[in-house]
Structures are given as C-alpha cells and as structure tokens.
Design a protein around this ligand. Structure first.
Ligand code: ADP
Length: 257
C-alpha cells in the first residue's frame, strides 16, 4: 500500500511516498512559500521518482502551516502530530524533538509510545528560526548550505548580542566592516539560533534522546552549538527536513490500515 504525506511549510514544500508504512520510496523538498507552485512541483517529483500515479495512492495527508491550501488531501493534520510520528519512526528512543523550520521553532516532548506529552513553540519572532539564518546568509552572500562549512572553520566564534533579527543584521554588517572573519561570524550566528531554541527546550524539558528535525537541523553548526547549550548529544537523521511529511504519510497509513 502506498500513502502520501505533504508538508506545506512557510519556506519549503515537502512530499514523501511511503510503502506499507515502512519504506520511503520517493521524497522531494521544494523551496517555495505557501500559495506558490511548491506543492505541485513536489508532487510531480515524487510521482516521477516512484513511477506511481495518483490512483495508486491509498490515502493522502497534508500537514504544515499551509496544509489547508491543498485540496487533494483526505486528512489535514497538525505539524506537531506529524513531526512526533515521523521522528518516532526513525528514532524510537527520541523523547525530546527540537524542530526548527523556516519561520518557527517547536520543542516536543514524547513518551515511549511516541505520543506528544508537552510542547513549547516560538512562532512570534524570527530569531531562533531558519529565517534568521536565511537573512544572515544573504548578508554574507553565502548559500544556506554553506553556513555549516564556514562555521566549522571558526577559530573564535563572534558574539552576536542582539536577539532581534533586525538589530542582529546591523550588528553582523558592522562586525563584517570591522574585519571579523566570516567563519567566526557564521559560528556566532549558529550559536545565536541554538541558544534561543535551547531556552525553549529547557522550558519544555530536555530528556534524552534529543533529536533535531526541520530544515535547520541540516546545519551542523547549529547542531553542535545546540549540543553545547544543552550538554547532551543531538541525534540527527539526514532526512530531518522530511519528518513532517513522513509523519503525514505514516498517519495516512495508520488511517487506512
Ligand atoms: P518550513 O517547514 O517552515 O517551510 P523547513 O523545515 O523546510 O521549514 O526549514 C527551512 C529552513 O531550513 C530554511 O529557512 C533554512 O534556514 C534551512 N535550510 C534549508 N536547507 C538547508 C541546508 N541545505 N542546510 C542548512 N539549512 C538549510
């Protein structure tokens, strides 16, 4: 049986096709904001990769910030539920999930069955989200995927004292003008995101294993800074950005089964 999960986020659209509730046979991540052609593009990608057609899909679930904008779903499910399902599937030992997306950050506490027992969220401020990193990468003329490469070269991470993204932007520009090395600046930027989200995590309660999901988890600089902030290892799966879509496909499977 094939099920489809679509995660319509603020910054990217993701799709996953799951076979028998176990194996990801196709996936896609398209950079596109809600209301643009991200979803049709992601669907086209997964259909092509799997060689399936819409008729082969037993059930479709949409999740994420823009889940209501896709009319083809059988169910619309919250991203908290889907992230919990996705992370529990790839890492059953996870008890704390730190999900940093394009415009928000969430910390979920799971029990042994993978059920969510608590959560804390920041969706009010760009600091501590992917948006902060996107703005800074833009100033430094780096691709978002290059941040971790630069952060790894840092000798003395810069201190970014402003928590507000707008003020931090000016601070980075002036540190750049004063000759601070780009790797040190990038390490400071990653550190800033990690420390904001770590304080959310401490409010929710940090229990091992701690797993990071969402697009920002792909940045090793943020993961390492988070490990230092929390004093625990971070479990990371390279499909971190797909956890919501995977959880949606799992939800669809459980419904049909
Ligand atoms: P949403 O679900 O809110 O759309 P995502 O979970 O897809 O957000 O995360 C998007 C964020 O992930 C971007 O804002 C960006 O900062 C970060 N990101 C995306 N791709 C990469 C990458 N290759 N390396 C590091 N960070 C990335």
């Amino acid at each position: 049986m094939y099920t489809l999960g679509i995660d319509i986020g603020s910054t990217t659209s993701k799709a996953v096709i799951l076979e028998d509730g176990e194996k990801i046979i196709a996936s896609s991540i398209v950079i596109a904001t809600v209301g643009t052609d991200g979803v049709p593009q992601a669907l086209e990608d997964v259909m092509r990769e799997s060689g399936l057609t819409q008729e082969d899909i037993a059930c479709t679930v949409s999740t994420g910030y823009g889940r209501q904008t896709y009319e083809g779903a059988d169910y619309q499910v919250s991203e908290l539920t889907c992230h919990a399902l996705g992370v529990h599937h790839v890492c059953p030992a996870a008890r704390t999930v730190i999900d940093i997306g394009g415009q928000d950050a969430k910390v979920l506490c799971l029990n042994e069955q993978g059920r969510m027992i608590n959560f804390v969220m920041n969706d009010k401020c760009a600091a501590g989200t992917g948006r902060f990193l996107d703005v800074m990468a833009n100033i430094l003329k780096l691709d978002i995927s290059e941040l971790e490469v630069e952060a790894a070269k840092a000798k003395k991470p810069a201190s970014i004292s402003s928590t507000c993204t707008v003020f931090a932007e000016s601070e980075v520009i002036s540190q750049l003008a004063n000759g601070t090395d780009i790797p040190d600046l990038v390490a400071g930027i990653c550190q800033s995101v990690a420390s904001r989200v770590a304080s959310l995590a401490k409010r929710a309660g940090v229990n091992r294993e701690v797993c990071m999901s969402g697009g920002v988890a792909r940045n090793a600089g943020v993961r390492e800074a988070m490990e230092k902030e929390l004093g625990v290892p971070i479990v990371y799966d390279e499909r971190a950005q797909l956890m919501g879509a995977l959880g949606a496909a799992l939800y669809a499977y459980n419904k049909v089964k």
